[in-house]
Ligand binder design. Structure first.
Ligand code: SF4
Ligand code: SF4
Length: 198
């Protein structure tokens, strides 16, 4: 019994000795890895970009200046649904909806206060028509805070931005000159709501 206990004690002792040794080795390896990285960079050519002479091309998904885009047929995509305005965490989007004679909605006026915008991209996520989009153009700083209030004419562009092919009114399930309800792309025929009655 005593012999067994002695055996266990010696196992425990050796285990306690191994743990600090493993930790020390791990520490040394971390040091070596760190110095190796520093060493590698000693012989690399420095990457210094002379902005604004050189402007690095930014990815299309970069979140900066906001635009309002158009359908491929040239129509305004924005249907003034207020979703972007509702989702905006800093409440910097405002607008007034209006309706054309053919029933198509649009924004009579549309305003973004870039002095408050935090470029989170939530408005773009919420937009059902792909109208509002963030672009890589970040060079819009100005000391005149009021000049950062952009009206519809400052925001509306004559292209589809990142979503060039999408045409909301061909998918929307409304009566348009593209077709009746149920005739649009991937759209099911309207149901008879009375048939769902219990
Ligand atoms: S990017 Fe964010 S903060 Fe700016 S307008 Fe859109 S939702 Fe508002
Ligand atoms: S930009 Fe999009 S989300 Fe905002 S009001 Fe127009 S359609 Fe709706």
């Amino acid at each position: 019994m005593t012999e067994n206990n002695d055996h266990h004690d010696s196992d425990k002792d050796s285990g306690e000795k191994v743990a600090p040794m493993a930790e020390a080795l791990e520490g040394l390896k971390a040091f070596a890895d760190g110095f190796a990285t520093t060493f590698k960079h000693l012989f690399r050519k420095p990457i210094t970009e002379q902005y604004p002479e050189y402007k690095r091309p930014l990815p299309e998904r970069t979140r900066a200046r906001i635009i309002l885009t158009r359908d491929p047929d040239g129509g305004e995509r924005c249907v003034a649904c207020y979703l972007c305005s509702a989702v905006c965490p800093v409440s910097c989007i405002s607008m007034q909806s209006a309706e054309r004679e053919d029933g198509r909605r649009y924004a009579d006026w549309f305003r973004i206060n870039f002095g408050r915008c935090i470029y989170c991209g939530l408005c773009e996520e919420a937009c059902p028509t792909s109208a509002i989009q963030l672009t890589p153009d970040f060079e819009m700083c100005n000391k005149e805070i009021l000049s950062l209030v952009y009206e519809k004419e400052d925001l509306l562009v004559d292209h589809g931005g990142k979503d060039r092919e999408y045409n909301f009114y061909q998918y929307a399930g409304v009566v348009t000159d593209v077709g009746d309800k149920g005739a649009h792309i991937q759209e099911e025929k309207p149901v008879n709501v009375k048939s769902n009655m219990p």
